[in-house]
Design a protein around this ligand. Structure first.
Ligand code: ARG
Length: 463
């Protein structure tokens, strides 16, 4: 039975029903729908719009429905048009006329806007917690590798020495900003649309502030037409999720490279690797590849939402029913990615010797060689040129800067002395990069301290 039988008298064609129905995906908001209805009924009772006895009967009835759905005693009726219809009709079937009073002063338009916000609030909290867990894993792992020198790259060419800790923390900081974006969007979303009605409020003396407070909102949406037609919150959240996926995807790309025989900087735990059906030697980083692939899917969800909303006149349009699958898919995808990615990183074996070996080739200490001369009074641009010529000579003869005899250094520039070898040792190069934010141990320790402070503060804010 439709909620809207009256004006429409004919039985709905099955094809309309199938096409129109949203219960298959919006039943996921059942708990929020019930909590919203409880707050609405309590407010109707408190404002004298319905009797206190009816309000109490509705509250008890809704509580019973929630309990029965959770226990499995009450299956969700997939023939119902949507979750709102299912809850209201079940309530009326159970408690009679009081159930028919629940929808006083309310529309499914403000109801769905409310349920969606409440549901995404919970989903955001889950992704936030999963992102914090990843940051924690990265900081703990980085703390173990503050001395592990590895090549830092630009243009995918070995550039300057960094440490594995420094590299991991670059990602940890990206994820802190992702948490910040989710928090910002969640804060803006946290206003109640309940009481906006179909679009133009209501003639009943409702108390929107009461339902907003009861449902944990910071206040009400101030304009009823805005309240029922705004989906910015979903777009903002999925946009924050897209950036988060972009970060995860870059990280995955590096892990895939690091797992290759060409790099072998890390080895994934067997429990987080896959094999090949034909090539017996294969150990594949499927999780990292899938996360990279699923990034496109989340971008697709964002594009769907933006495109969905771009031409809609005020206020509610049925097009907006399409918002839920896109948003839910984005949240489910990100959560699934984080749940697989975090333990994969946590359990991966780091191979510092291979990183050190890669760092030894590629002249990543050339800047440090030039800096050595600069410290001895040679202008940087001259030092740069002298070092460049030394590197070119080494390349031609298959030598490293460490292997070049002192006499040749001194022939290129008399300021070179025997201590140049110490200055261009990779460990020295990393240790001397003590500038704030740099790879030296003390700089990385400061970064770790900042991340730990972020985590403890974010943990408290999440509670
Ligand atoms: N299933 C609908 C949606 O998700 C609920 C709101 C229906 N409102 C209406 N006027 N038909 O948007």
């Amino acid at each position: 039975m439709k909620l809207w039988t009256g004006r429409i008298s004919k039985h709905a064609d099955q094809r309309l029903d199938d096409f129109n129905s949203s219960i298959a995906f919006d039943s996921r908001m059942l708990e929020e729908d019930i909590r919203g209805s409880m707050a609405h009924a309590a407010m109707l009772g408190a404002c004298g719009i319905i009797s206190q006895a009816d309000a109490d009967a509705i509250a008890a009835g809704l509580e019973g429905i929630l309990a029965d759905v959770k226990s499995g005693a009450l299956p969700i009726d997939m023939q119902a048009e949507d979750v709102h219809t299912f809850v209201e009709q079940t309530l009326t079937a159970r408690i009679g006329d009081a159930g028919k009073r629940l929808h006083t002063g309310r529309s499914r338009n403000d109801q769905v806007a409310l349920d969606f916000r409440l549901h995404l609030r919970g989903e955001t909290a889950r992704v936030r917690a999963a992102t914090l867990a990843l940051i924690k894993v990265l900081t703990d792992k980085a703390a173990q590798y503050t001395d592990a020198v590895m090549p830092g790259y630009t243009h995918m060419q070995r550039a300057q020495p960094v440490t594995f800790a420094h590299h991991l923390l670059a990602y940890a900081f990206m994820f802190t900003r992702d948490v910040g974006r989710l928090d910002d969007a969640a804060r803006r979303m946290n206003r109640s649309p309940l009481g906006c009605g179909a679009l133009a409020g209501t003639t009943y003396p409702i108390d929107r502030a009461q339902t907003a407070a009861a449902l944990g909102f910071d206040g009400i949406v101030q304009n009823s037409m805005d309240g029922v037609s705004d989906r910015d919150f979903a777009i903002e959240l999925v946009s924050a999720l897209s950036v988060l996926m972009m970060h995860l995807s870059r990280f995955c790309e590096e892990i895939i490279l690091w797992c290759s025989w060409e790099f072998k900087f890390v080895e994934l735990d067997d429990a987080f690797s896959t094999g090949s059906s034909i090539m017996p030697q294969k150990k594949n980083p499927d999780i990292a590849e899938l996360v990279r692939g699923k990034t496109g899917r989340v971008y697709g969800d964002l594009t769907a939402l933006l495109t969905l909303m771009k031409g809609l006149p005020l206020a509610y349009n049925k097009d907006m029913q399409e918002d839920k699958e896109a948003a839910f898919d984005a949240f489910d995808t990100v959560l699934a990615c984080l749940e697989a990615f975090t333990p994969m990183v946590e359990t991966m074996r780091v191979l510092p010797d291979n990183m050190r070996r890669a760092a030894a080739r590629g002249f990543i200490n050339a800047t440090d060689c030039a800096d050595y001369l600069t410290r001895r009074g040679v202008p940087f641009r001259d030092a740069y040129k002298i070092t460049g010529q030394l590197v070119a000579g080494c390349v031609a003869r298959g030598l490293t800067l460490e292997e070049l005899p002192l006499a040749e250094y001194q022939a290129a520039c008399p300021q070179f002395e025997a201590d140049v070898y110490d200055a261009i040792r990779l460990e020295t190069c990393a240790a001397l990069r003590r500038s704030a934010g740099g790879p030296a141990k003390e700089s990385v320790e400061a970064q770790l301290a900042e991340l730990r402070a972020f985590l403890s503060c974010a943990d408290k804010a999440g509670k």
